[in-house]
Write a protein that binds this ligand. Structure first.
Ligand SMILES: CC(C)(COP(=O)(O)OP(=O)(O)OC[C@H]1O[C@@H](n2cnc3c(N)ncnc32)[C@H](O)[C@@H]1OP(=O)(O)O)[C@@H](O)C(=O)NCCC(=O)NCCS
Length: 325
């Protein structure tokens, strides 16, 4: 009878050797392994990230990454198991191992007191639907940079985010999402983990493949919003746009800054996940429209009747691309 257990260091290496071609993003094998290990070893990762295997004796039948996430749903604090990198070695495929492992993980999460599980599917919705996951809206957009308006006379000053600005970014996120009906909670250790992951990724990717471009907006010296983008030639990718003062002017100043930056870098398109919840109002225009994604489909398996996926879906997309694990 197979069992679920923590992967040993050698087992993680063996799995990463196989998944390198799929998820290595162009890193060397050693860099890819170091990239995953760095995430597991961050203070947040040590508490909230487990690599699990479904094994029969010493034989690995399937594997996944499991994160512990905290969210607010209305006024309720909920705990979600985040499932990523579901992988069955080639020799073991098609024998129901991933399905059995996922059923065991869901059972364990429930026993641990989680309210549900979350994943982003790259293989469509059907496989996970059979395990109790329900799709929530997942959209993307792409638009020529030239359609983004530039307002020369804005009183909002936009600058590149420096190390000293991150506490402001954390605060702006917290403040701006305080009345969102659903939000993933980000502690300071989570932010540190996210930044470390990004730095590790950028440092380990071949030159010119990707670069982070992050901007903060200030009005009269006060931070009022930020935007996180990544230049992935030939596109600029929008990862997160937070407008803490709720004004269109701040949104326009940040979008204009990324347009200029993108154009200077040689980008022609702005692409990305469609912003969640009411945040899309800052993007919506006659030129920018959401269309359903075919990959990275957000799905939630609720264990608790109050985690009502149909209700969640009514609010639109729920996640920024920065929430993807
Ligand atoms: C997806 C994966 C984990 C399934 O593992 P498995 O142990 O063979 O899964 P099961 O035996 O439980 O189920 C097999 C079913 O998975 C589904 N499946 C596998 N790959 C799929 C894909 N790319 N798209 C849609 N469904 C897929 C099929 O329904 C398949 O049924 P079939 O064998 O009748 O064709 C495995 O194929 C894998 O590791 N793929 C590469 C990594 C990956 O894409 N992971 C998913 C990330 S969201």
């Amino acid at each position: 009878m197979p069992i679920l257990s923590l992967a040993s260091s050698d087992e993680i290496r063996a799995i990463l050797l196989e998944t390198h071609a799929l998820w290595g993003e162009g890193m060397t094998l050693d860099d890819y392994i170091a990239f995953v290990r760095a995430q597991m070893e961050s203070p947040w990762g040590r508490e909230n990230f487990r690599y699990l295997v479904w094994r029969e004796g010493t034989l690995i039948l399937s594997s996944l990454k499991l994160y512990r996430l905290h969210a607010r749903c209305g006024s309720r604090h909920v705990i979600l198991g985040g499932i990523g990198a579901v992988y069955t070695p080639w020799a073991q495929r098609g024998q129901g191992h991933a399905r059995a492992m996922l059923a065991a993980v869901l059972e364990r999460l429930q026993a641990e007191g989680a309210h549900g599980a979350l994943l982003f599917s790259d293989i469509g919705a059907e496989y996970y639907r059979r395990l109790g996951f329900r799709p929530v809206p997942s959209h993307e957009f792409s638009v020529p940079l030239t359609v983004i308006p530039t307002n020369e006379s804005s009183s909002v000053v936009v600058e590149r985010i420096r190390d000293a600005d991150w506490p402001d970014v954390e605060r702006l996120y917290e403040q701006a999402t305080a009345s969102d009906p659903f939000v993933l909670h980000r502690s300071s250790t989570y932010w540190a983990h996210w930044r470390r992951k990004e730095q590790e990724r950028m440092g380990r990717l071949p030159e010119g493949v990707r670069s982070s471009r992050h901007w903060i907006a200030r009005r009269e010296g006060e931070s009022v919003g930020y935007v996180l983008t990544v230049f992935e030639p030939p596109a600029l990718v929008l990862k997160e746009l937070i407008i803490a003062d709720g004004t269109q002017e701040t949104a326009e100043a940040l979008l204009a800054a990324i347009r200029w930056d993108g154009e200077a870098l040689g980008a022609v398109q702005l692409v990305g996940w469609w912003p969640p919840l009411a945040w899309s109002r800052f993007l919506l225009s006659e030129h920018i429209r959401p269309r359903p994604r075919t990959r990275e489909l957000a799905m939630i398996a609720p264990f608790d009747p109050t985690l009502d996926v149909e209700q969640l879906a009514v609010w639109g997309d729920l996640f920024w691309a920065t929430d993807h694990f």
